[in-house]
Design a protein around this ligand. Structure first.
Ligand code: NAD
Length: 567
């Protein structure tokens, strides 16, 4: 009733302006629901294990040629590079080519042109492509993806399966589902005989630069293809050390039906790529995951060029962490020990969410120390194709040198004591033993800086100082990515939940700081850990659209004056 009255006040008169009705059709999207991709078990004799072993053999025995691909055209420059196996660095896995600035510019022109047409592809058609891609990844290409991730990024079977199979497939499926659900929102139309209000999703005119890290194959797929799903065209700069797995994704998406030019595969030297994209007027957004210094540099360059751009570029960056496990005297010791070993040492601590600092009460220290050291001694560090390995090598020589420098610091500092591990050897692969350090100083650099390797440092506090120890969590580092509290004392947990609110974008209670699942624990951190756009949630998609609100009016406007003016 009220809405009809309001409409009449604003729009007196009668008649029909355009009898044909609305030009904006109601969205006809398929109705479907999704579940997370199951993680396969790879038991001896299983089909998936046989298939994976075959894929590993194939990938290990060839050096794959990976071109730059722009608008469907394969390009090979003179600047030739190789991706090697981190656990056996004399073995080459892929040969690839760096794009120079001119080639990056060419990719920009192609993307800008492609975006215009791609943005007109209906949402329903895009959803079909994404569904097909997820099926290809879950089925025929699952072990190709896993083998490339295992050999190229030194992941064990389970670490590859949760990344390049489950998480990647989840990103593709769930993002399609979120798009369908988000698109259901339509603005209020008070009287459809008079006006209709609609909102439609558009990409952002220009191009998106997706710059991905080495450590998760799935992140590369999400950074480049979620903007594409939303109607954007993309330049994807993969990490040199995740090149092959990322190229497999690119090929699958083409096969599924993403038209050439919508996503362009552009390996390049980081700064060359960054300098070129940030100086293009067409830059519509950067979708970055990696370290804080790289994101700072890109953000600064965008700031310096701000008067050049057609749009205000969207800047999405998920960066580093200094993730913590805080243990209360009421904690369950077994959960602490097992959760910490997995969080700190799986994939050599190279998950952005890996635990690298721990706070332990004096009363539990003896038990926790014993448990951690016993578990650590059993961890097998070796070849990824050996299914009994718990973890393998770190990614490259730079990472090896950086992590080694922290271990050497621990060896030489009087505040620090290495309790277990501390050995490293890069003669065959970049191997670093899982290392446990005890610190007397809770603010030593080993407790505050991101190491991104298998180094866990522990600070033991006096039980009566638990609240002061809790304060250290938020005041020691610039990061706020993930963190966990282990306690069974409910009053303390409630207190910690408030006190630690700003210290982590992903917060765990009685669980390890790693292992977020797409759609279950949307991911991202605050402070210098990133812009916290929550990959793996419906919110993330909204960052990649520039929606258009449309009001259609069906009756003529017959007067300028309002009725009260004539009374
Ligand atoms: P990195 O910053 O070295 O590289 C990331 C990407 O940026 C690579 O593709 C690299 O080539 C590129 N790059 C480097 N310099 C560039 C420049 N000037 N312009 C444009 N691109 C440039 O990071 P990395 O070693 O690949 O990844 C590890 C880091 O990523 C860690 O800090 C980790 O915590 C973080 N990470 C964060 C998340 C998260 O969700 N928060 C997830 C994974 C990794």
């Amino acid at each position: 009733m009220l809405s009809a009255r309001r409409a009449a006040m604003v729009r007196p008169g009668s008649g029909v302006l355009r009898p044909l009705g609305s030009l904006v059709p109601d969205l006809a999207l398929p109705d479907f629901s999704v579940v997370n991709e199951p993680i396969l078990a790879y038991r001896k004799g299983s089909q998936e294990r046989t298939q994976l072993e075959k894929a590993l053999k194939e990938a290990a025995s060839t050096v794959q040629d990976v071109p730059i691909v722009i608008g469907g055209q394969e390009i090979r420059t003179d600047d030739v590079r190789h991706q090697v196996m981190p656990h056996d660095h004399q073995k080459k896995l892929a040969k690839f080519y760096y794009a120079d600035s001119k080639t990056v510019q060419k990719a920009i022109s192609v993307a800008v042109e492609s975006q215009k047409k791609w943005d007109r592809t209906s949402l329903a058609d895009r959803l079909k492509i994404w569904e097909k891609a997820a099926d290809l990844m879950a089925g025929p290409y699952r072990q190709t993806l896993n083998a490339a991730t295992m050999l190229g990024q030194a992941k064990t079977v389970i670490q590859a399966e949760i990344d390049s199979a489950a998480e990647l497939i989840d990103f593709i499926r769930l993002n399609a589902y979120y798009l369908k659900e988000n698109a259901k929102y339509q603005p209020i139309s008070e009287d459809l005989k008079i006006t209709k209000n609609s909102m439609r999703y558009r990409g952002i005119d220009g191009f998106i630069a997706a710059v991905s890290p080495f450590n998760f194959t799935a992140i590369g797929g999400n950074l480049s293809y979620t903007p594409a799903l939303m109607g954007n065209a993309v330049l994807w700069k993969p990490s040199d050390t995740a090149l092959l797995s990322n190229y497999v994704i690119f090929k699958i998406m083409l096969e599924a039906g993403v038209p050439p030019g919508v996503v362009n595969f552009v390996p390049a030297d980081g700064p060359v790529f960054g300098d070129t994209i940030t100086s293009s007027p067409h830059l519509a957004g950067i979708n970055f995951t990696g370290s804080v210094p790289t994101f700072n540099r890109l953000w600064t360059q965008v700031g310096q060029n701000i008067n050049k751009y057609t749009n205000f570029p969207r800047l999405i960056g998920e960066c580093g962490g200094k993730n913590y496990h805080f243990v209360h005297p009421s904690a369950d010791v077994q959960s602490v020990v097992n959760g910490t070993i997995r969080s700190s040492f799986e994939f050599c601590g190279q998950k952005c969410s890996a635990c690298s600092r721990m706070y332990v009460p004096e009363s539990l220290w003896a038990d926790i120390k014993k448990g951690l050291l016993q578990a650590r001694d059993k961890l097998k560090v070796g070849d990824v194709a050996d299914f009994s390995s718990f973890t393998s090598a770190v990614i490259d020589d730079k990472a090896f040198a950086r992590i080694k420098s922290y271990i050497d610091h621990a060896k030489s500092s009087s505040n620090l004591e290495i309790l277990g591990g501390g050995q490293y050897d890069d003669s065959k692969g970049y191997f670093i033993q899982p290392t446990i350090v005890l610190t007397k100083d809770p603010k030593d650099k080993i407790m505050t800086e991101e190491i991104f390797g298998p180094v866990l440092t522990i600070y033991v506090y006096k039980d009566q100082d638990v609240n002061q120890a809790l304060e250290l969590v938020g005041t020691s580092t610039q990061f706020a990515l993930t963190g966990a509290v282990f306690a069974q004392d409910e009053k303390f947990l409630r207190y910690a939940l408030e006190e630690l609110k700003m210290t982590a974008g992903n917060f765990y209670i009685n669980d390890k700081s790693t292992g977020s699942v797409v759609g279950q624990q949307p991911f991202g951190g605050g402070r210098m850990s990133g812009t916290n756009d929550k990959a793996g949630s419906p919110y993330y998609l909204q960052r990649w659209t520039s929606p258009q609100a449309i009001k259609e009016t069906f009756v003529p406007l017959t007067e300028i004056d309002y009725p009260y003016m004539k009374e």
